[in-house]
Design a protein around this ligand. Structure first.
Ligand code: SAM
Length: 377
């Protein structure tokens, strides 16, 4: 029990939203204190940490803050864009460009308030009229067109993430988790105003984050499938900190569907390559063995890219597939040795006890979450 003795993983009550961690919704994030603590204990400045399921970039942000190089991989294009924005420090010039952009949008708002209604044709996206009011679609299109005119890619990506963060609020979708279409009666210029306010809020967060970055590090992010990490050299990674999907729990590719349509991000790649999705195990009714097979492929790749004696910290939860409870710690115990990992430690928690630690919606049917420590031998 190396870790349980050395560290305390009960982050109940800790602020999870500091610096850029709160930017943009993303499901099943782990608490930033987890990678923060593990990086402090097990990584040195200049080393490389990998998160092969980087999601919203929690590990990458913490690595940047500690002067550690990071590689993030996610099958979901929006996750990659979000990770990039959250873990990239702004320079003063970027800040000034955003302030200038806000003024531009404020002028458009002023024009609308003076009675000059927008005449722009909304961008064509699938099911536009069902999910978006005409005035909202026009305002989103206006923001996108203004972003397109910019040259600074860091600023463009930041503004896209701000826009993406308000898409569900201004759509007819009831909420991030409820897919019913309702009439929200969104007034003219509401979308533009919300965008301006969010831009200011996110800019403050990003500047606070940027001021804390002192060391020069690299953060590389790949929109790829972690069953094939052939773009990462063998034995090149010092440490892995990650949380793969919990099988049959989410469809990450569906969660940000409208956002991706507006931002022209690919949906199909994530749809067909996401492992452990509800689509695979509830809709397509794949057997539990498919989950084990996919996990083994990912673990083989993690083993290949880690340096000898390198550690991998995996946060993962049990699941139910075809009414069978899959105790994932036992599954991983079963295959680890054979593929080159020693198991150093498994800390398990009932969600009832640690409901703020990982994913509260998961506290059911005897399922547990585990923090598994592996060492490449
Ligand atoms: C539990 S979430 C990770 C959340 C992350 N720790 C955070 O704090 O934001 C799991 C992630 O795995 C990604 N994923 C699923 N299948 C994948 C695959 N084959 N390759 C890479 N990423 C994948 C999903 O898109 C999702 O972002």
């Amino acid at each position: 029990m190396i870790l349980a003795e050395k560290t305390n993983f009960d982050f109940n009550g800790d602020d999870r939203s500091y610096l850029t961690h709160s930017l943009h919704p993303y499901p099943a994030k782990f608490p930033p204190q987890l990678p923060q603590k593990l990086l402090t204990l097990y990584a040195k400045q200049g080393q490389i940490v990998l998160d092969p399921f980087c999601g919203s970039g929690t590990t990458l942000i913490e690595a940047k803050l500690q002067g550690i190089n990071a590689v993030g991989v996610d099958v979901n294009g929006l996750a990659c864009l979000l990770s990039k924005v959250k873990a990239t420090a702004f320079q003063n010039i970027d800040y000034q460009e955003v302030i200038f952009f806000i003024e531009k949008i404020k002028n458009i708002i002023l024009d609308i308030e003076l009675g000059n209604i927008l005449t722009i044709k909304p961008k064509e996206i699938e099911s536009l009229n069902h999910w978006f009011q005409h005035n909202v679609a026009q305002e989103i299109t206006t923001i996108l067109n203004e972003i397109d005119k910019l040259e600074n890619q860091t600023v463009k990506d930041f503004l896209k993430i701000v826009l993406s963060s308000i898409i569900v609020r201004v759509s007819n979708q009831e909420s991030d988790t409820r897919f019913a279409a309702i009439d929200k009666k969104i007034a003219n210029s509401f979308t533009l105003n919300l965008f301006v306010n969010k831009t200011k809020e996110y800019l403050t967060r990003l500047m606070e984050f940027s001021e804390k970055i002192t060391a020069r590090t690299t953060t590389e992010i790949f929109n790829a499938d972690s069953r094939k990490l052939d773009f990462i050299k063998p034995s090149s990674i010092d440490l892995i900190i990650t949380s793969p999907p919990y099988a049959n729990t989410y469809d990450y590719y569906l969660y940000h569907k409208f956002r991706k349509r507006w931002l022209d991000l690919d949906v199909k790649f994530a749809q067909y390559n996401e492992i452990g999705s509800r689509r695979e195990f509830s809709s397509l009714k794949k057997a539990p063995e498919k989950w084990n097979k996919d996990l083994i492929l990912c673990f083989l790749e993690m083993n290949r890219v880690l340096k000898p004696n390198g550690l991998a910290f995996i946060v993962i939860g049990d699941s139910v597939i075809k009414k069978n409870l899959i105790k994932i710690d036992e599954v991983i115990r079963g295959f680890s040795k054979e593929i080159g990992f020693d198991i150093l430690d498994i800390v398990s928690s009932d969600l009832a006890k640690h409901s703020r630690l990982f994913n509260p919606s998961f506290a059911q049917k005897g399922k547990q979450e585990h923090l598994i420590t592996l060492k490449k031998y």
